[in-house]
Design a protein around this ligand. Structure first.
Ligand SMILES: [Zn+2]
Length: 96
């Protein structure tokens, strides 16, 4: 029988700041603002700093930037430089 439904409440759900959908961490990538104020992807998921999550979808990153979801999450302005590097880095992530 394939009915071992796990009780919810154990898995950690995170909300994408792009589309606003909550999902399991595995479908998301963490973006972190470190103590130096740099905003970058945190592929380990454990980097220190304030984090935000987006789906592994370039559209969500775009929305997160354009709708200022990232800025709200980090409580600061995201510079053009940081946006560009996020977009660039996103392209290099091993996702489909
Ligand atoms: Zn999303």
């Amino acid at each position: 029988m394939k009915s071992d439904k796990k009780a919810s409440g154990h898995e950690v759900m995170r909300r994408c700041v792009g589309c606003g959908v909550s999902k399991d961490k595995s479908g998301l990538v963490r973006i972190v603002k470190n103590k130096d104020g740099e905003i970058k992807f945190d592929l380990s998921g454990h980097a220190a700093g304030r984090g935000a999550y987006v789906c592994l979808d370039p559209e969500c990153l775009k929305k997160a930037i354009e709708r200022r979801g990232l800025e709200r999450s980090f409580g600061c302005t995201v510079s053009d430089e940081a946006r560009n590097s996020l977009r660039e880095e996103f392209g290099k992530l091993d996702i489909r």
